[in-house]
Design a protein around this ligand. Structure first.
Ligand code: UT7
Length: 331
């Protein structure tokens, strides 16, 4: 496709709920220890949504900050794409509920389901609508409330997840602007769809008393198998965009990967031979917030003054599907 315009990230924002669940709190819920969780995952605490908070509430708070950072008004947004697997309802989309909260309408709004790679998928879609001139400012959000579909009896999964939202405004770059998307790569391997799944609640297995009693509405994951696939698929997604653009790891100022496990992040960094000071990590404070981890880490790194205008940022993720993908951006 010939590119008419370039797309860039013009603003970011994030939100996490107030309530914090520490590893020590988890010790009281399942047979685990702070030491096990920290050494096996890198996590110390995570944030939990309140009973009256759904995905659109978190998304709305993050959006307000992103709109401000992009220096636009809500009415300048001409598309909303929300990456989530824990929307307010099976339908309608969080994107449409968010339109109502923002008091705007009359343009496309939809959700994308690609697990933890969801935000990368959604940005890739937004990028193309900007590049072909159809839209000027697209609100792209990664938001997840996984703690409401967590099996609190399964120590292999319940220690991992936190809630949060990361919002980004993807805008048309001005001609002389150096900020722009350079490239991206998406993939999926559906042959492993059952390794990470919410089994019940869809058309395959509608909700019944038994499905609730058997915890089939919560996250089922074969963590070990996902772990091995994660490093391999993120490495591939990064390698493809670097090679395609005649770049190597030394050209990268920052690497932001999906924050699922510190050992996965370290293994990827080692395989890529990237300086560990360039790898942005915030897993300790938030745990795995699925599609929200990368936009949240990006927002924190921008606001803390780590990432500057013009920096080259490589992002990579993997997740349910199994999906994977990368984004290469000049900020
Ligand atoms: O967001 C994208 C998708 N998800 C992921 O990225 C998750 C990827 N996978 C992982 O992060 C890791 O596989 C986990 C953190 C989930 C598990 O770590 P692991 O090193 O793969 O542990 P394991 O499942 O191989 O279990 C090792 C041992 C087992 O005990 P035995 O059989 O060796 O006696 C588990 O029962 O650790 C035990 N174990 C625990 N012990 C204390 C599992 N969970 C816990 C726990 N506390 N919370």
């Amino acid at each position: 496709m010939s590119i008419k315009y370039y797309a860039k990230i013009s603003g970011t924002g994030m939100y996490v709920p107030d309530k914090i669940l520490t590893n020590f709190d988890l010790e009281k819920i399942v047979d685990t220890t702070d030491e096990w969780i920290r050494t096996r995952t890198g996590m110390s605490e995570r944030h939990l949504a309140a009973d009256d908070q759904a995905a659109s509430n978190l998304a709305y708070e993050a959006t307000k900050k992103a709109i401000k950072a992009a220096n636009i008004r809500a009415k300048d947004i001409d598309m909303i794409i929300v990456a989530t697997v824990t929307g307010d309802h099976p339908f309608p989309s969080v994107a449409c509920i968010l339109q109502q909260k923002l008091g705007i309408k009359g343009f496309p709004a939809f959700d994308v389901s690609a697990g933890c790679t969801g935000w990368i998928y959604a940005v890739n879609i937004a990028k193309q609508y900007i590049e072909n001139g159809v839209a000027d400012n697209i609100l792209v959000i990664g938001v997840e409330i996984l703690t409401k579909i967590t099996n609190w009896k399964d120590r292999g999964t319940c220690i991992l997840f936190g809630d949060g939202a990361g919002a980004t405004i993807i805008s048309r770059a001005k001609e002389r602007d150096i900020s722009r998307f350079i490239d991206s790569e998406l993939s999926a391997d559906g042959s492993h769809y059952d390794l990470l799944i919410q089994t019940a609640g869809g058309s395959r297995m509608p909700a019944t008393k038994e499905s609730v009693e058997e915890n089939l509405h919560t996250v089922y994951m074969e963590g070990n198998k996902i772990f091995k696939n994660a490093v391999r698929s993120m490495y591939h997604a990064c390698d493809v965009v670097l090679k395609r653009n005649n770049l190597d790891v030394h050209s990268i100022d920052w690497l932001i990967t999906h924050q699922a496990n510190m050992r996965i992040i370290q293994a990827l960094g080692k395989k890529m031979k990237i300086d560990e000071k360039k790898v942005i990590v915030n897993i300790e404070k938030y745990g795995n917030t699925s599609s929200a981890t990368i936009p949240m880490a990006l927002d924190e790194a921008i606001r803390s003054g780590k990432i500057h205008h013009g920096d080259i940022v490589l992002m990579a993720s993997f997740g349910a599907g199994l999906t994977s993908g990368s984004l290469l951006i000049r900020m």
